[in-house]
Design a protein around this ligand. Structure first.
Ligand code: KG4
Ligand code: ZN
Length: 344
């Protein structure tokens, strides 16, 4: 039985968790800064890092007490060291290094994107564990900063098949929501608006297929939403309420375009690269239409993380860290942050 303590501060969530044997969540504490950044329409890096400084120690204490354990029970400390905002990452990495050093615990550096994948194998006490990975698997990682298609050959072994050439899927959701006057963060608001559309298929937006590659592009779609919003008098903002038919129809058309491209390209990549399973990860993996369409279109088994674990948390970092710890991949006190860290 191995307990790993996880830290996550790569963006605007201060998070700490204790995970047993890479899958059982004994605690999972997330202090979100979303209310602080909402008025700016996006994350303000300097504000985020200062807020992490205020939150980190109370969140760490809660992570330990909610799990009902003490530092003496913990066998490793895992922390996100990239990619993300430099100032935000620095808070988590500094705290993790200090605790690892003070308690004589091994320190494990986790790539945030790899961490997202491990949300798929987490479960709460009393719930059955999700099925184990079927390697090689194809993972679609879609978050606010990334859209990557990755072939995971085994724990810790990845091949990047493709990624976005411009906007990440989550970033596109956030920008489209802003154009439609729905607010921030955009993903859940677009999903809600799309769900209210009386005629969800009444409008069609363009899809960028980038045929012959496993890459994505979403900036053209965003521009198409902007042009339609201008034609309909939605942009510049003001005057039209978020419940109006034109808003809900455009939200539905946008969500369908993103989901269809992500699903079609993931299913094709799994076929080309011999994947035995499709796995979703990252904040956008919480999207119900994306989840539904992936299951519908894939002949391979599809693994979907609990929607509450798709967005940033530390349980996924502790789960991933457990596998690195077992493989002996530990970090030293010179561990630094890597804002542009890539997977594979
Ligand atoms: O993984 P995450 O929490 O943070 C990053 O690592 O970037 O992802 C946040 C992103 C945001 O862009 C947010 O709008 C999007 O995930 N998101 C969603 C949904 N929930 C969160 N996008 C579409 N549908 C959702 N239900
Ligand atoms: Zn993330």
């Amino acid at each position: 039985m191995t307990l790993v303590f996880g830290f996550e501060t790569s963006c605007d969530e201060t998070a700490a968790a204790v995970v047993r044997d890479g899958h059982l969540m004994l605690s999972n504490v997330v202090a979100s800064q979303v209310e602080i950044h909402r008025r700016f329409g996006g994350v303000v890096p300097e504000v985020a890092s200062r807020q992490h400084l205020l939150e980190i120690m109370p969140v760490v204490s809660l992570g330990l007490s909610n799990a009902g354990v003490g530092w003496g029970d913990i066998e490793g400390v895992a922390v996100t060291h990239g990619p993300g905002l430099a100032g935000s990452l620095l808070v988590g990495v500094s705290a993790a290094k200090a605790i690892a050093w003070a308690r004589g615990l091994p320190l494990v550096a986790v790539n945030h994107l790899e961490g997202h994948i491990y949300a798929n194998w987490l479960h709460h006490p009393g719930d059955p564990p999700p099925p184990p990975p079927l390697f090689p698997l194809v993972c679609l990682i879609v978050s606010g900063g990334h859209s990557d298609l990755v072939l995971m050959e085994e724990h810790g072994r990845y091949r990047r098949l493709g990624s976005t050439r411009d906007d990440a899927a989550g970033e596109a959701f956030d920008k489209a929501a802003r154009i439609l006057g729905l607010g921030y963060p955009g993903g859940p608001l677009i999903q809600r608006a799309a769900g209210k559309a009386a005629a969800p298929q009444s409008r069609k937006l363009p899809r960028a297929w980038l045929r012959g590659t496993d890459d994505f592009s979403f900036s053209g779609l965003k521009t198409a939403v902007l042009h339609l919003a201008q034609e309909e008098g939605l942009w510049p903002p003001g005057g039209v309420s978020p419940g109006e038919a034109v808003v809900t129809e455009l939200a539905a058309a946008f969500q369908e375009a993103v989901a269809e491209v992500l699903v079609t390209k993931t299913v094709a990549a799994a076929r080309t690269h011999g994947g035995r399973q499709i796995v979703l990860a990252g904040g956008v993996a919480a999207n119900t239409r994306l989840r539904e369409l992936m299951v519908e279109r894939s002949s391979l088994p599809v693994l979907l993380p609990d929607p509450n674990l798709c967005t940033d948390n530390a349980a996924m970092i502790a789960a991933c860290g457990y596998h690195h710890l077992r493989a002996g991949r530990t970090a030293g006190p010179d561990l630094d942050v890597h804002p542009s860290l890539k997977l594979a």
